[in-house]
Design a protein around this ligand. Structure first.
Ligand code: OOB
Length: 546
C-alpha cells in the first residue's frame, strides 16, 4: 500500500518494525469486520449479542452490518471518512461500527457523557461527515445536542439518530436495502477507528488504532482471559471505552465465539438480574462500581453463581477492596491497567494473592517494551518508581493530527509517555504509584486539567484557575478548582452552571470550587499543584477549617 493512501495525520509504525510485528504473527492482516464475517460463517445461529429483549445471532448481526454498510455508502460515506459515533450500550453501536469498518470509514468513539463542547471538538478535529447518536438516553436528548453541533461543523453532512429521529436521518432508513454494491474491504494495516484520549493538555486528542494492532490486543486479551464460546460477557461500562471494548471485552468475546450482554447501566439493580438471567461468566468494572457491587452483593441474595471473573481497572483499586472480591462475589479478580493509546496489563490466573491484590498486572505481549525513567529520561534502578514509557505492537506512535503535541507525548524513538508513575516487580508486574500528567482520574473517568481550566478562564469573573484532584471515599478522586476571582468572586454554583451551559460533559464540572488570592508557586514560578492538592486534602480532613 502506498504512503499516500494512508490516513493523513496518522503516524504509522516504521516499516521494519511493522514487518517484525507481522513476522511474529501479531498482525495477521484481518480487519475487524472480516473477523465478524468469519464468525458469522462458522457460528451462524449462535447468539452473539443480547440487548434488552433483542437477541442477535452471529449471522443476524453480520447481516445488519452489511445492510448498514450499504446504507452508509448510499449516504456517501467512503473509506477514511470520519463518523462520530455516540451511542449508549445498545446493539446499534456494534452494527454502526462494524458497518463503518467494512467501508474503511472511521468511527470516532465518543462517550455518552460527552456534550456539545466535546462533540463539536471531535467533529471539527476529524472533519466528521456524519454523527450517529441515540434520540435520548439517561434523560438527555442528543437531538438537541446535534442541533447545536451541526452549524459549527461544516463538514458534517448527516446526523443519524437511533430512535425518534425528528428532522434527522432515521437509523432504520440505513437498513432498508439489500443491494450489496459494497467497495472492497480496507487493508487491515489501515486505521480502523479513533479512540479518545483521557488527555492532560488542552482539548482531547484522538487515538488512531489500526485493524491489525487492535485485533492483536483483542485476540491476545481473549487468550489471557481464557475466553471460549461458552463465555458470556456483561458490558456494564460504556461500550465505546477501550476497557469493555477490547480488554478482552465485547470484541474479545465475539472473537472467542461467546455471547455479549449489554447492560443499560452499570448498577447492581440493572446488572445482577442480567447476570442471573443470561448466566454471565465475566464482566469489567471501574473501582467505585466494584465497591458498589461488593456492598450490594452482601446485602442482597441475587444468584451470581455463574460469574467466574471480575475485571477491575481504569483507576487504582485498593488492596483491601481487591481482597474482598473473592469472598463476597465468589469469583476470581483480575486487575487491568490499560490505556486507550495501547498498552494493557493484566494480572494472570495463576498469580498469587500478593500479586493479585497489590499489582496492576503485566503486559499482554512479550514485545511490549516497558521503560521506567526519571525526570531526565534515564532508566531508574530495578524496582524503583519512575515514569512509564512504552512501545509495542498495539501502542500508537502518535495522536491523530497532533504533530506538535506528539513531540512531547512520544520520545524520539517512539515510546509513548503514559504520564503514569509505576514500579516493576521482578515478575514483570507493574504497580501504579501515581501520575505525572495533569489529569484527574474521577473513578475511571479522565479529566484533563488544562481543558477545564480553559473553560473556566472564559468566565469574566475568573482571573486565574488551577484544577487539581481531591480525595474522595467513593470515586477515589474528585476535582477541585482553585480560582482567583476578577473583582467580586462569583458563586461556585454560577461557575458550575456556566460550564454546563457551555456544553461541557457533566463529569468534568468541578466538584468543588475554592476561591483564593494567589497560588503557591514552585521554585521556577509555576503554579504548585502539589501544594494545592495537599491544601484541599487537609481541608477535607478538617485540618484547615473551610
Ligand atoms: C483505561 O484507559 P484510559 O485511556 O481511559 O485511561 C488510561 C489511564 C492510564 O494511563 C492510568 O493513568 C489510568 O488510566 N489507569 C489506571 C488503571 N487503569 C488505567 N490507574 C491505576 N490502576 C489501573 N488499574 O482506563 C483502560 C483501558 C484499557 C483497559 C483498562 C483501562
Amino acid at each position: 500500500m502506498s504512503e499516500s493512501r494512508h490516513l493523513q495525520g496518522w503516524v504509522p509504525w516504521p516499516d521494519d518494525v511493522a514487518r517484525r510485528y507481522r513476522a511474529k504473527g501479531y498482525w495477521i492482516g484481518q480487519t475487524l469486520e472480516q473477523l465478524l464475517a468469519e464468525r458469522a460463517d462458522v457460528l451462524g445461529g449462535r447468539i452473539a449479542l443480547v440487548c434488552g429483549e433483542r437477541r442477535f445471532s452471529y449471522a443476524q448481526l453480520h447481516r445488519h452490518v452489511l445492510q448498514a454498510a450499504n446504507g452508509f455508502h448510499r449516504l456517501g460515506i467512503r473509506a477514511q471518512d470520519r463518523v462520530v459515533v455516540q451511542l449508549p450500550n445498545i446493539a446499534e453501536f456494534f452494527v454502526a461500527c462494524f458497518a463503518l469498518f467494512r467501508l474503511g470509514a472511521l468511527p470516532v468513539l465518543a462517550l455518552p457523557a460527552h456534550r456539545q463542547a466535546e462533540i463539536t471538538h471531535f467533529c471539527q478535529l476529524s472533519d466528521a461527515r456524519a454523527y450517529v447518536c441515540a434520540d435520548h438516553d439517561a434523560g438527555f436528548d442528543y437531538r438537541v445536542l446535534a442541533r447545536d453541533v451541526q452549524p459549527a461543523c461544516p463538514a458534517l453532512r448527516h446526523v443519524i439518530v437511533v430512535g425518534d429521529a425528528q428532522e434527522f436521518c432515521p437509523w432504520t432508513s440505513l437498513l432498508e436495502h439489500d443491494g450489496w454494491a459494497l467497495p472492497p474491504s480496507p487493508a487491515a494495516s489501515e486505521v480502523a477507528f479513533l479512540q479518545l484520549s483521557g488527555g492532560s493538555t488542552g482539548l482531547p486528542k484522538l487515538i488512531p488504532r489500526t485493524h491489525d494492532d487492535y485485533l492483536y490486543s483483542v485476540r491476545a486479551s481473549a487468550d489471557i482471559c481464557a475466553l471460549t464460546h461458552n463465555s458470556v460477557y456483561l458490558c456494564a461500562l460504556p461500550v465505546s471505552h477501550n476497557f469493555p471494548l477490547s480488554s478482552p471485552g465485547t470484541l474479545g468475546t465475539l472473537y472467542a465465539g461467546g455471547r455479549v450482554v449489554l447492560a443499560p447501566r452499570p448498577t447492581p439493580d440493572e446488572c445482577f438480574p442480567l447476570i442471573k438471567r443470561e448466566r454471565v461468566t465475566l464482566t469489567a468494572l471501574v473501582p467505585p462500581l466494584a465497591m458498589l457491587w461488593l456492598d450490594a452483593a452482601r446485602k442482597r441474595d441475587d444468584d451470581l453463581s455463574s460469574l467466574q471473573l471480575l475485571q477491575v481497572g481504569g483507576a487504582r483499586l485498593s488492596a483491601e477492596a481487591a481482597a474482598r472480591v473473592k469472598p463476597i462475589l465468589r469469583c476470581r479478580l483480575q486487575q487491568v491497567f490499560g490505556m486507550a493509546e495501547g498498552l494493557v496489563n493484566y494480572t494472570r490466573a495463576d498469580d498469587d494473592d500478593v500479586l493479585l491484590h497489590n499489582t496492576q498486572g503485566r503486559p499482554i505481549s512479550p514485545d511490549d517494551e516497558i521503560r521506567i525513567v526519571d525526570d531526565d529520561d534515564q532508566p531508574v534502578a530495578p524496582g524503583c518508581s519512575g515514569h512509564l514509557l512504552t512501545r509495542g505492537p498495539y501502542t500508537i506512535r502518535g495522536y491523530y493530527r497532533a504533530q506538535e503535541h506528539n513531540l512531547r507525548a512520544f520520545t524520539a524513538d517512539g515510546f509513548y509517555r503514559s504520564g503514569d508513575i509505576v514500579r516493576q516487580m521482578p515478575s514483570g508486574h507493574l504497580v501504579v504509584e501515581g501520575r505525572s500528567k495533569d489529569q484527574i482520574n474521577r473513578g475511571g473517568e479522565k479529566i484533563a486539567a488544562e481543558e477545564v481550566e480553559n473553560y473556566l478562564l472564559a468566565h469574566p469573573a475568573v482571573h486565574d484557575v488551577a484544577l487539581v484532584a481531591m480525595p474522595d471515599a467513593h470515586l477515589g478522586e474528585k476535582s477541585c478548582a482553585f480560582v482567583i476571582a476578577q473583582g467580586t468572586p462569583p458563586r461556585a454554583i454560577d461557575l458550575q452552571r456556566f460550564l454546563r451551559e457551555r456544553g461541557v460533559a457533566p463529569y468534568k464540572i468541578p466538584d468543588r470550587i475554592e476561591f483564593v488570592d494567589r497560588f503557591p508557586k514552585t521554585s521556577v514560578g509555576k503554579v504548585n499543584k502539589r501544594a494545592l492538592r495537599e491544601q484541599i486534602a487537609r481541608r477535607l480532613q478538617g485540618v484547615i477549617p473551610s
